[in-house]
Design a protein. Sequence first.
Length: 146
Amino acid sequence: MTSILVLNGPNLNLLGQREPNIYGYDNLDDINQRLSAQCSDLGFDFDHIQSNSEGDLIDRLQQARTDGTSFMLVNFGGFTHTSIAIRDAILASETPFIEVHLSNLFKREPFRHHSYFSDIAEGCVIGLGAQGYELALQAAAKKLAN
């Protein structure tokens, strides 16, 4: 069965509480519930992880290499701009992914304009809030169907 993995990085556990004017009012549980329902409708298995630890995310990426993960949606938060180690783990996973960001990184501080993942992603959804995850999942489903 097709399996979708969603990985969320540091501080995304605070969605709905932390800077809602930037990140919105949806919390991560709300987003995961909608994605789980969407996956169920598509006949996909759904798994997710949020961690503030780079090592936890790397461990899960390495697991994706062999656990049947078909596609990933990733929002590595601040690690987007800093983590070569996560980039290496994503490449080693050999699993296609779409990069998601709630805010428009290009309307923010210059250090947020660079991502270590965009150039190796199947695509990027940036600045559309929580809906970006759902749009990314729709795109992933279409890519998997082809």
